[in-house]
Write a protein that binds this ligand. Structure first.
Ligand code: WTA
Length: 648
């Protein structure tokens, strides 16, 4: 539970016993464990350490053995409309081929494999094949630049890189192999590059793509000996592969995530504890019924959500899922609703930013589609404002579906807090409580519990099975970043409050907490207020340096298309919104500046990059925009800010 004072925690043995029972229930073990958690060397936990299992066997073989090999594991649809489906039996055969191929290429236990692929079935097959042979995968989102890819390949010391000739996004082909060639140099650890044919060869011809040699930019080409076609290598291999048993703490993957400094952190997750919590939460948080549900999580496998809730959770649960390669607006804005109707999706897990985009476009888009199959909706990645929550439930969910707001992080591996799917009353905007077996608290700077409704720091009190085991190659950074601010507790970096009912509300990253004239203000709170005004589709608030008050509130707002006429001139909308914020929260929260902008700077996973906005608002160089989904938006925003200054 989330606690304010006094903190009551179970004894460690009791806490461990709860998860031990689940680990036995939800996983198939080769060698049963006797040990639960070992927390004798915090913050480096182990779970079930003397047990052995194979993660890929848990996702595939055991379902075939249980007689559900003919169940569809994946309905995959490409952006141009091509479709492929895999039963569990078929997926197993492909993963076996890939595992055999990797072994032939000299990849074994503990070797690192970087996966730089679009959201195509091969990405999942490659991940599971690594797991099957004890290799450690590191998926790098295919939208990252060659420089980012290179930094990750080097940090991980990868021996094998798996990519595709190209990726398809918004109707265009991006030359992924070219990016890999640019990223890799002679001196690197990489011995082989496997290239999936997505946009050239037969597949490209079938799709009518204008490919030519798009994947080979000038001056870089095929390196014989290093580069091989995925299909040629796999075709030569057997579809049978005996999975080896690995110790529970065998590293499963490294996933790089950005920290407060420039260098990305390689978050390390291991096998059995991670899988236990991913499987348990996927099943309970969404009330999964694997025999009848069709599940769809819109995340890319390049992010943690794609790892835990596209690959490991759903497949280990024997679920049937939809995976869509492309952009939600290609070739039309209702593409997602078309897919929900076609596959009769019943559980749909997405991000607030997508929901707000659909809100802005209007509900009429969904009207022609039958969304009645949906019974559970989920949200992750950012605080969801109550308006977006209600819009999602009413317009996508037909009014009756629960919207499960799930809070968690790359570092936590799996969902940590979410409302119960069966509860009768929900609180839009609140994640409500930790999942059973997770213990969170909200504390003050000095570590004492906050009072009700007081914003503080969200921490975890006890180790949990899917917790990060470290930062690759940098144990000190792991200790410093997460475990030193509140000794003995995991510091999430998020602010939160517990209301008088004991329900948990996330209030944004701590670095997004502003201090205006000695008052602590949350960016998320002001954003929620702006979001509650009918004009506003989306907003981002930052605390910018201010001579008078230390920090001042600067708000960037995107107006709803449907409200443009009502809002009138931007200057009028700004006046209305400033008064609104003052009226809703108080004069202290009144923004120094409100800027109407066409869009917000977002990463490709949909996170708003408030840091860039803060830099712009403080007249500093904006910083690296290469990870944004629209790299030009900051220039537009900076120009508007500059124009605003001269008007002042
Ligand atoms: C934020 C994504 C409020 C939070 C799974 C966290 C959320 C960071 C929520 C982790 C939510 C995620 N409500 N905030 N439901 N979910 N966050 O590592 O700030 O990409 O620390 O993991 O996203 O982002 P990450």
């Amino acid at each position: 539970m989330t606690t304010t004072s006094p903190i009551r925690l179970p004894a460690l043995a009791e806490h461990s016993a709860l998860w031990e029972g689940r680990a036995r229930n939800v996983l198939t073990w080769r060698r049963p464990f006797l040990q639960g958690v070992n927390w004798s060397d915090p913050p480096f936990a182990t779970w079930f350490a003397d047990g052995e299992l194979n993660v890929s066997e848990n996702c595939l073989d055991r379902h075939v053995a249980a007689g559900i090999g003919d169940r569809i594991a994946i309905y995959w649809e490409g952006e141009p409309g091509d479709r492929v489906q895999f039963t569990y039996r078929e997926l197993l055969a492909e993963v076996c081929r890939a595992a055999n191929a990797f072994a032939t290429l000299g990849i074994g236990k503990g070797d690192r494999v970087v996966i730089y692929l679009p959201l195509i079935p091969e990405a999942i097959i490659a991940m599971l094949a690594c797991a099957r042979i004890g290799a450690i995968h590191s998926v790098v989102f295919a939208g990252f630049s060659p420089q980012s890819l290179r930094a990750r390949v080097d940090d991980a010391g990868a021996k094998l890189v798996i990519t595709a000739d190209g990726g398809i996004r918004k109707g265009k082909v991006t030359p992924l192999k070219g990016a890999v060639d640019e990223a890799l140099t002679e001196a690197q650890s990489v011995e082989h590059v496997l290239v999936v044919q997505r946009t050239s060869g037969e597949r490209g011809e079938r799709l009518n793509l204008e490919t030519g040699s798009a994947w080979m930019p000038e001056g870089v080409g095929w390196r014989p000996g290093r580069d091989m076609w995925w299909h040629e290598v796999l075709d030569a291999e057997s579809s049978v592969h005996e999975p080896e048993a690995f110790a529970a703490e065998t590293p499963l993957f490294i996933l790089y995530t950005s920290g407060t400094t420039g260098a990305p952190k390689g978050i390390v997750h291991t096998s059995a504890g991670y899988l236990t919590q991913a499987v348990f939460t996927h099943s309970t948080v969404f009330d999964l019924r694997p025999e009848s549900d069709v599940y769809w999580c819109t995340a890319d496998v390049g992010w943690i959500t794609g790892h835990s809730y596209v690959v490991y959770g759903p497949l280990a649960n024997g679920a049937t899922q939809v995976i869509y390669e492309g952009a939600p607006d290609t070739p039309h804005h209702a593409r997602w609703w078309e897919l929900v109707e076609r596959y009769r999706v019943s559980i749909f897990y997405t991000a607030p930013t997508a929901i707000r985009t659909f809100m802005r476009l209007g509900r009429q888009l969904a009207d022609p589609y039958d969304l009645s199959s949906l019974r559970v909706l989920g949200s992750v990645g950012e605080p969801i404002n109550p308006e977006a929550w209600e819009w999602f439930r009413d317009n996508v969910g037909g009014g009756g579906t629960p919207v499960i707001d799930t809070w968690w992080q790359t570092e936590t591996g799996a969902v940590m807090a979410a409302p119960g799917v069966h509860q009768e009353v929900f609180k839009p905007g609140s994640v409500q409580h930790p999942v059973s077996g997770v213990h969170l608290s909200v504390v003050r700077d000095d570590g004492t519990p906050t009072a009700h409704d007081e914003i503080g720091f969200l921490v975890a009190e006890l180790p949990w099975p899917s917790m990060a085991r470290g930062i690759w190659g940098d144990p000190d950074r792991f200790v410093d970043t997460y475990w030193s601010r509140f000794p003995g507790r995991y510091f999430t970096g998020d602010s939160a409050l517990v209301d008088s009912d004991g329900d948990l509300w996330l209030r944004g990253r701590v670095d997004d907490v502003m201090n205006v004239a000695g008052h602590r203000l949350s960016t998320a709170e002001i954003e929620a207020t702006l979001g509650a005004h009918p004009y506003v589709a989306e907003s981002a608030v930052v605390g910018a340096f201010d001579e008078k008050s230390g920090q001042a509130v600067v708000a960037f707002v995107v107006l709803k298309d449907s409200q443009r006429a009502a809002a009138g001139e931007d200057a009028h909308a700004v006046t209305v919104l400033r008064t609104w914020v003052r009226d809703q929260i108080g004069a202290i929260a009144s923004p120094r500046q409100i800027l109407v902008v066409p869009d917000l700077p977002k990463t490709r996973s949909g996170k708003i990059m408030r840091r860039l906005l803060r830099n712009a608002a403080e007249d500093r160089p904006v910083g690296d925009v290469t990870t944004l989904s629209d790299t030009s938006i900051m220039a537009v925003i900076s120009a508007r800010l500059a124009a605003g200054h001269t008007e002042d």
